[in-house]
Every structure is written in C-alpha cells, then in structure tokens.
Write a new protein. Structure first.
Length: 412
C-alpha cells in the first residue's frame, strides 16, 4: 500500500465567484468545537439559534427556514424537489449556473418515459427554457411575457448569475409570478448576504435556496440556507416528492419544524456535525453583527474601486454584480484568457474563467472587503497581465485606486 505524506494546502486568495474566503472567526469556531456528541444539548441549542438567526438574515417570517447539510447544490436540490413529473415549469437561463438549474428542473419534471429516453439530458414537454443571451439580465418584461404565454405551475430563475456576472430582476420576477399564478423558485446562491434584500418583500417567490460559502462567508459542506412559504409546503403535502434525502418537510423536521411550528427538538434523524453547526452559527452571528445592509454597501464600494482599476488596464467590464467582476481582456490579449487565468492560479491567486462561451475572466471579492485586499488583487492581476506582455499605464491604475479610496477618507 502507499501512505502519502500529510496533505499541505497553501494559503490561497480565493478571488473567484466562490467559494469565498472563509472568515477566520468561522474557522476558529469550526476547529474549536469540542469533540461533542451530535445530540449534545449545546449542539441542539446552536441549531435552534441558527434557525432563528437565518430568518433574520433572509428577512422572512417563513417558519420553514433552515439549513441543508452540504453546499449550495444541496439547498437547490431541496428547493427543486417541489417539482414533480409532468409539472409545467418555465425556467429562465442566462448563464452557466441557471443553465444547470434548468437541467435540474428538466430532470425533476420529466416523466419516467422522458427520463428514460435521455437520462442525463431529458427534454420534458412540460418544461419551457427561456434562453437569455450571455451577458444580459433576465428582465421583468421577459418573465411577464413568458408566464403570460405558458401559464406554468412553477417559474424559476437565478437571482445573481455568476456564470456571466449578471443580476436578474427579482422584483419583476415576483410580480409576474403573482400576476400569472405561478409559484416562483429562486436560486439565491450568490446574492444572499451580498445584496440587501428581504425575501418576504417578494411574495411571488415561494422557494429560496442559497449556499454557505459565498455571502454568508462560511465553509462549504456546512449548511445551505433555504426558505419556503406555507403555500410551497402545502403543495408538497398534496403531491409528495421523489426524494428521501432532500425532502423539504423531512429536512424541516430535523431542524425542529413540525406541522408549520417550531418544536422543542427535531423529530427526523440526520447525523449532523457539531463542527458544521458551530461554523454556521458563527457565520450567521457575524453577518447579523455587521448587518446585511452594511455588508451590501461595502460590496458596492469595493467593487467600484476594483472596476475603476481594471478599466484603466484596458479591460471591458460586462457584469453588474457587486461581488464579482466579469471582463473582456484588452484587444491585444483576446484569446489568452485561459492562459492568464492559469498563470494567476499557479501563483495561488484564484481567479476563474467563465465556464461557457464566450470565454471571459472572472475576479471576485467575496469577504475581501478592505482597501489592502483590493489593492493586492489589482497588483497581482496587473503583474500577471504584464507577464503575458500587456502594456498599460500603471500610474493611471494607481491613481484610480487612490482617487476612489482617497475620496472616502476625505468624506469621513
């Protein structure tokens, strides 16, 4: 047999669309949790407190608000489990991840015959995919027109599409769902904890799913936030769902939510991790201490600084998210996007390309909300550009950053 040396993983700047840079305080809580039995009273108390804090973070009175063990895909699977074979669905796709959401919807809505005909890429007759070109946002007008025409039971959309860096119209989506009697489902993986919004302000949306490793600044594979309206839960009581592991009602029971009410302890067995509970608890505490509103302002502020510096390098910004910049390289470097990304990643500077055409560069600032971190990203990216032969006015880049941050200091 081969016993490998201990795995050493170096420090990396996670400057991509996510996972983000986990807050050091969250890591400390994860590592500092005692070797407790998963049913220890403090672990169970922590779950109750997580549930309550998450409702405040998401801005909801939905009782069925809790965390799903895993990554964002775990949370999304719980949400999409409401879709049953033959259900009519309109799905809006404008990038890589809403496209994967669309595949999930098609798998959920496919009949047994439709799934058997193409198990990995079914084409159910009951699902309509509305394709919006890469680099464009889903507007309320697009949603209203599609729902007016198709009158589906469900409508689904990503709030923030990290494949192209575009923010989609959540107000228009909710309004259209209400107007046309569709139950809205929203992928909030990239927006929760980054944009200042309350999910209860969007009554056309009945299911929400996010992740622990982006705006909440927790570890992947801890708890993915989800929230469901009473109407969503009543629908599941009528139809059931084809999953046991990711059944929303069963998962809620694990968090002590039974028959629409909080109860003293969970009634559905799942072996959870005391370490994950501790990490998730601390991430939610930090979010509430900072406030979602202030964190959203910080993202807007620091994204603007990075945008100004990259523009001075000759890059064209095509995104409108505040935690992620998606850009085209200067004309003389067109076609070298993957080479540049790999060059950066070889130096533990973790930026990303887009995962679908056209190939662009993505630079994220999740939990990198200070002048030093933004300046470091600019320096590393600029050096990588120069290493590949780019030429730009470094003084102009530095001046853009100084002007942005200098104005803030003067205003204070």
């Amino acid at each position: 047999m081969t016993i490998f040396p201990q795995l050493e993983i170096p420090e990396t700047i996670a400057a991509g669309p996510g996972p983000g840079n986990t807050d050091a305080r969250v890591l400390a809580r994860f590592a500092g949790a005692g070797l407790a039995d998963h049913m220890h009273p403090d672990v169970l108390r922590g779950m109750v407190e997580c549930k309550k804090m998450l409702r405040d973070v998401m801005g909801t009175k939905n009782v069925h608000t809790f965390g799903v063990a895993g990554t964002g895909w775990s949370g999304l699977d719980v949400m999409f489990s409401g879709v049953m074979p033959g259900d009519t669905v309109v799905m809006f796709v404008n990038g890589t991840f809403s496209g994967i959401d669309g595949l999930t919807v098609r798998m959920k809505a496919a009949t047994a015959e439709e799934l058997a005909a193409n198990p990995s890429d079914p084409k159910p007759a009951s699902v309509t995919i509305i394709e919006v070109p890469h680099g464009q946002s889903v507007t309320g007008e697009i949603v209203d027109k599609a729902l007016s025409e198709h009158k589906p039971q469900w409508a689904a959309m990503a709030h923030w599409e990290t494949g192209s860096g575009r923010v989609n119209d959540i107000q228009g989506f909710s309004d259209a769902c209400e107007a046309h009697g569709a139950m809205g489902l929203v992928d909030a993986v990239s927006s929760l904890g980054v944009e200042d919004f309350r999910i209860d302000d969007y009554p056309g949306v009945h299911g929400w799913a996010s992740c622990p490793q982006k705006g909440i600044c927790c570890l992947p594979l801890t708890y993915a936030p989800v929230s469901f309206s009473d109407q969503f839960i009543e629908q599941l009581k009528k139809t059931g769902t084809r999953t046991f592991v990711h059944h929303p009602i069963m998962e809620a029971r694990h968090w002590g939510i039974v028959d629409g009410k909080d109860v003293e302890k969970g009634t559905y067995h799942r072996t959870h991790s005391a370490y994950a509970v501790a990490a998730f608890h601390e991430a939610l505490r930090i979010t509430l201490q900072q406030t979602v509103a202030q964190r959203a302002k910080d993202y807007i502020y620091h994204e603007a600084a990075l945008r100004a510096a990259l523009t001075e390098m000759g890059c064209e910004i095509t995104s409108n998210m505040t935690s992620l910049i998606v850009l085209n390289l200067p004309a003389e470097m067109a076609g070298r996007e993957m080479e540049l990304v790999q060059h950066c990643r070889a130096q533990n500077f973790g930026i990303w390309p887009t995962l679908s055409e056209p190939v662009q560069v993505r630079i994220g600032i999740l939990n990198l909300l200070n002048q030093q971190a933004i300046s470091g990203i600019v320096d590393k990216f600029g050096q990588a550009m120069r290493d590949l032969g780019a030429s730009f006015d470094q003084n102009a880049v530095s001046a853009a950053l100084s002007h942005h941050y200098g104005q803030a200091i003067a205003a204070e």
